[in-house]
Design a binder for this molecule. Structure first.
Ligand SMILES: Cc1ncc(COP(=O)(O)O)c(C=O)c1O
Length: 405
């Protein structure tokens, strides 16, 4: 049963929220009758605290790889992390610089300026926004607020690993659905898992990290209407922020939350600002667990300025399109390497005759850092690499190295 439905010591404010949400979203409480979908895997088979999962962020640490291959860290090129290689809006840097003058005061607890700017841009009521130090923070807060230990959390594999990690650390059971095709979202199997299990929260990453696949708003709406007691969390971290995606769903559906971040195309990964948009009552429940000042003053100021610089986003997206097309064209010269998924500057590559670890190690020895995508649950038995393209000159180096594999 979701935590939002059972807190006892939160006072009148908390109790009223709990009782409202309880009637609308409570999953079936009879855990003994739970069956796991025959196509899904139980990720809790091994206790997470004793079996730490692989994290590509750690495997691609430049410091670690520079030491391993005897290279100068400064000369390495990182294609492994999905960030904007062209920096961020100059206005965002100016705003952050100005804000740091007030470093001695806490940030506004409501982040009112950022809230109002987002509300204007994306046309939601201001009360529908919740902020965190990046989406990593938001994901954790949502799980803590909307799920209890032993609740079932649904993910579709392969996907961004943080949903499963945070859910398991919170004591939840993670059900990971795999598609018939390991790189495609399988609506039937996902819907079957929803039917067969009392799911408290269902995560959908769109565009999906690492496959780049979009799940349409219509599909999400269909799933959310079919399972009204499950809270659907649609992670749109990788989407072009100028596009609508699923942004309108939280207006029509009380059980859908959409997540966005300033880390990707906005180019503010180092600032750590992410946000959720959902029904006011769901957001109210998270406010109880949110540390009051979890977004810093310069970060919030940079986010507001970044949001207003449409030209920067348009320019970067145009370059991403050009570079992805160029990369695809050049890589098609090599029969043993195929692009099997992409979005923006993120590409998932499949190799024919080399394992992912061999290829990643070979590239790292040449100072080119890519993510071995077999670290993603659901891609273990593949030979896949995840890369994020950069400037033409840097991409040329990666292309030459891939062609020479
Ligand atoms: C799909 C997805 N969600 C969330 C995140 C976390 O983003 P943030 O930097 O906002 O914590 C990432 C980062 O790579 C991501 O790819």
């Amino acid at each position: 049963m979701g935590k939002v439905f059972q807190q006892e010591s939160g006072g009148v404010f908390a109790d009223s929220i709990q009782s409202i949400l309880k009637n609308e979203f409570r999953a079936e409480p009879d855990w003994s009758s739970t069956t796991t979908s025959q196509h899904s895997i139980d990720m809790n088979e091994n206790h997470p605290r004793f079996e730490p999962p692989r994290l590509y962020e750690q495997e691609t640490s430049l410091e670690l790889l520079a030491n391993r291959h005897g290279l100068n860290q400064a000369s390495m090129i990182d294609f492994s992390l999905n960030v904007n290689p062209f920096g961020c809006s100059p206005d965002a840097i100016a705003a952050a610089r100005e804000a740091i003058e007030n470093a001695n005061v806490y940030p506004d607890i409501n982040l009112s300026v950022l809230r109002a700017a987002l509300s204007r841009k994306y046309r939601h009521a201001q009360e529908k926004y919740l902020f965190g130090a990046g989406l990593d923070d938001v994901i954790k807060l949502l799980i803590h607020a909307w799920a209890s230990p032993k609740d079932k959390i649904l993910v579709h594999l392969p996907t961004f690993p943080r949903y499963a990690l945070e859910a398991r650390m919170h004591g939840c059971e993670v059900i990971g659905v795999k598609g018939k095709d390991s790189k495609k979202f399988d609506i039937d199997r996902y819907a079957e898992a929803l039917r067969n299990n009392p799911i408290s929260m269902a995560f959908i990453c769109s565009p999906n990290n690492p496959t780049g696949e979009f799940v349409s708003g219509d599909v999400i709406e269909y799933l959310a209407r079919s399972s009204p007691r499950t809270i659907f969390v649609v992670d749109e971290a990788l989407i072009n922020p100028a596009t609508e995606g699923s942004l309108r769903l939280p207006e029509r559906l009380k059980n859908v939350a959409v997540l966005r971040t300033f880390s990707k195309l906005f180019g503010l990964a180092g600032m750590r600002v992410g946000f959720a948009i959902a029904d006011e009552r769901l957001i109210d429940a998270v406010r109880l667990v949110r540390p009051p000042f979890n977004v810093s003053l310069p970060a919030a100021a940079a986010a507001v300025a970044a949001l207003e610089d449409d030209d920067f986003i348009a320019k970067c997206s145009r370059i991403f399109v050009e570079e992805s097309e160029y990369f695809r064209r050049r890589i098609s010269e090599k029969p043993g390497v195929a692009v099997v998924g992409s979005h923006g500057n993120m590409m998932l590559l499949e190799l024919e005759s080399l394992s992912s670890s061999q290829a990643a190690a070979k590239l790292a020895s040449e100072g080119l850092v890519v993510a071995d995508a077999t670290s993603f649950d659901g891609l273990q038995n593949t030979a896949t690499l995840r890369i994020s393209l950069r400037s033409r000159t840097e991409n040329e180096k990666l292309i030459s190295a891939l062609l020479a594999l």
